[in-house]
Design a protein around this ligand. Sequence first.
Ligand code: P1T
Length: 381
Amino acid sequence: MKFNTKVIHGNQNHEPTTGAVMVPIFQTSTFAQSSPGQHKGYEYSRAANPTRTALENAFAAIENGTHGFAFASGLAATDCVLRLLNPNDEIIAGDDLYGGTYRMFTKLFSKYGLKFTFVDMNDPENVRKAIRVNTKLIWLETPTNPLMKIADIAAITAIAKENNLMSVVDNTFATPYLQKPLDLGADIVMHSATKYLGGHSDVIMGALMVKDKKLAEEIHFIQFAGGGIAGPMDSFLALRGIKTLAIRMQRHCENGMAVAKFLDKHPKVETVYYPGLESHPNYKIAKKQMKDFGGMVSFRLKDKSQKATFTMLENLKVFTLAESLGGVESLANHPATMTHASIPEPERLKLGITDSLTRLSVGIEDINDLISDLECVLGML
Ligand code: P1T
């Protein structure tokens, strides 16, 4: 089955009792048993719920996995992955990550004895060099949030395999429309399904996808015992969103490229971070591992003052100034004070998350309206 078909039909069946084409919202916490232990496959909705099952099957299908898991948020999915580890285990992660992931690593899990090393994954050899006796897991985000760095998934997961380490790819920005990390060698794919998978800015959700039965059993146990599950209504919304993932992504990519090219030529703009521009330092690897380049574009103004960037952000009309990304509507974000404010300032500045950096989630509106909006606010500077 091709991807455009898979997002609609992958692992999906009509609802068996009524033939409903779309799975109903099974808004129930529990299921009747005819005798203790005698039931129709469902006991209690923390363990499993039919709406969530349909979504989890779709998650598995779109990432070419065997099992999918739906969580209450992207961070709840990340929390589940970290609970696969034990105190004193070490994790190697990319140095440019969503701020909340960084906060979970450094502020929550380091308290329980997990140790994190952050490396620049532009060069896979940096990962090899960081491996120590207790290293157990490699955490990759690509493209990264917000600087749009690209890590070579095949090369890094190969290093993980050579050293018996588990590898996890946060595929939130790319989605399986652009790249399929399990096919490239990853053990686990993680998503903030809040973003492109849901696609309509109306649900907070996380996803994990795997292709190994034993790992799936461990994750299911943590999901059930830890309790960070997605509810039936949110599962329904995410499943509905996935049906249009391919067609949405196609437009996100077209609009993303057009916005990146427009900004790249604009005299007020210093740098554009978009992996589809040939000037991007990781363009070659992006072209090799991604089908297209997505809808996320970051850029830096020549005017380094916070005032210039804020003037631009405050006056946008079609773009909304808001956290999050991946919905049909275009959003603008100021990473330094919004999504990445939890990263200590010296770290942030070292990475380049400065006051002059803006991140755009380019939506699927008419491209002329998006460009006019940007042209107008840049003209005010
Ligand atoms: O917000 P939540 O669904 O818990 O997902 C966390 C998360 C994980 N990974 C990546 C790459 C992310 O971008 C996010 C959430 N990011 C934002 C809210 C944001 O605006 O960047």
